[in-house]
Design a protein around this ligand. Structure first.
Ligand code: ATP
Length: 370
């Protein structure tokens, strides 16, 4: 079993706090994705797990082995952590054939020749590269090189996979195919996997849980669906989801009422004692847009219509407030059209505007006028 424990990990580069007291537990066999904007500390955390960086403080345990501890002055070398790595650059040996690149790790482990050859044959077949085994990396496409790097990792059968943006050099189509394959390999190998990406589609489609980071700190750790439906703060809400969530800042109309407004939209958020400023989070698909009838108000106006294959994204404006909604591809909306807007009241989250933290995700009653 290869559960990983990270406890109070801190890493500084001069004045930059790359990791600030990070703690998490990674379950054996899980596919954990580190997600966040550039510079948030994803790669630093992965490199600390790999043993390529020495943290300033904290502890890392892999399985039943402490591989890093400032308290106990332990720093186990990367080669002794029993893990495999794939990086964005693939890091293949240019002077070695595909076969020799894949076999390299087995030679280092002094695996017998017959076992090594059989293992290499099997993994090359798994990644669909048996026919290219005598080529050199410079004679391969980016996708093929990526498969060699993966085969090299699979050949040594490590219980832990660490991957840093391994698909980012591939074109969109190949990337999609490789996501499926990579997930299958990981699942077959039952390897505990930590995977760094800033691509949220990759994070949402491949992971068992996603860790969202910002400025060296963990913002939320959740399964992908929960991350999307129940972001714990406005940073996560805003970072996850494309098109972006609608975050609407509202103020209490008076301190006895549950009615909040921004001058354009009035919302009955239910009774939230102690909060005079809240931010409503509504995903684009949780906004229903209908054609205006003679009895409805006329002041929501479509200001952009963006067809996107199976769906259409529309921008709607009222006063200073702009909303983004996702509607079916066959909806007939045109720029400039006056429309009615309703929110899916079961899907809204309410945040404290001041801190950005979740206040309530109970059903709210969104109305045109309180
Ligand atoms: P990206 O998605 O751009 O790769 P990241 O989330 O992986 O970003 P890190 O590479 O972990 O971010 O960097 C975290 C912070 O630490 C950044 O501010 C970065 O500039 C800084 N940093 C990382 N490595 C070094 C280094 N060797 N020397 C100095 N600063 C560093």
């Amino acid at each position: 079993m290869s559960k990983i424990y990270v406890r109070n990990l801190t890493k500084r580069y001069g004045d930059t706090m790359a990791l600030n007291n990070v703690s998490l537990e990674i379950e054996s066999g899980e596919f954990l994705v580190l997600l966040g904007p550039s510079g948030c500390g994803k790669t630093t955390l992965l490199r600390c797990l790999a043993g390529l960086e020495t943290p300033d403080e904290g502890e890392i345990i892999m399985g039943d082995k402490v591989v890093f501890s400032t308290a106990a002055s332990i720093m186990v070398a990367p080669g002794k952590r029993n893990l495999g790595m794939v990086f964005q650059s693939y890091a293949l040996w240019p002077h070695m054939t595909v076969r020799d690149n894949v076999k390299f790790g087995l030679d280092v482990l002094k695996t017998s020749k017959s076992v090594a050859n059989e293992r290499v044959d099997n993994v090359l077949s798994d990644v669909g590269l048996s026919h290219l085994d005598e080529r050199y990396p410079s004679e391969l496409s980016g996708g093929q090189q990526q498969r060699v790097a993966l085969a090299r990792l699979l050949a040594t059968q490590p219980p832990i996979f660490l991957m840093d943006e391994p698909l980012s050099n591939l074109d969109a189509r190949l990337r999609m195919d490789m996501r499926v394959e990579l997930k299958r390999f990981q699942s077959d190998a039952k390897a505990t996997t930590v995977y760094v990406t800033h691509d949220q589609t990759e994070a949402m489609t491949m992971s068992t849980r996603v860790v969202v980071m910002k400025e060296g700190e963990i913002q939320q750790i959740s399964p992908p669906d929960q991350l999307y439906r129940q972001p714990e703060n406005t940073f996560v809400a805003d970072f996850v989801g494309m098109p972006r969530i609608n975050l609407i800042e509202l103020s209490a109309e008076d301190n006895r009422s549950s009615c909040f407004s921004n001058g354009d939209i009035q919302v009955d958020v239910g009774w939230i004692p102690g909060y005079s400023e809240v931010t409503i989070g509504a995903r684009p698909e949780d906004i229903t847009v209908t054609e205006q009838t003679s009895t409805t108000r006329e002041d929501y106006k479509i200001t952009a219509v963006l067809p996107n294959g199976p769906e259409t994204i529309i921008q709607i404006t009222r006063g200073q407030t702009t909303l983004i909604a996702r509607v079916a591809h066959d909806s007939v909306f045109v720029n400039g059209q006056k429309v009615c807007v309703n929110f899916n009241v079961n899907a809204l989250n309410i945040y404290a505007t001041k801190t950005g933290s979740l206040v309530s995700r109970k059903t709210v009653n969104v109305s045109e006028a309180c």
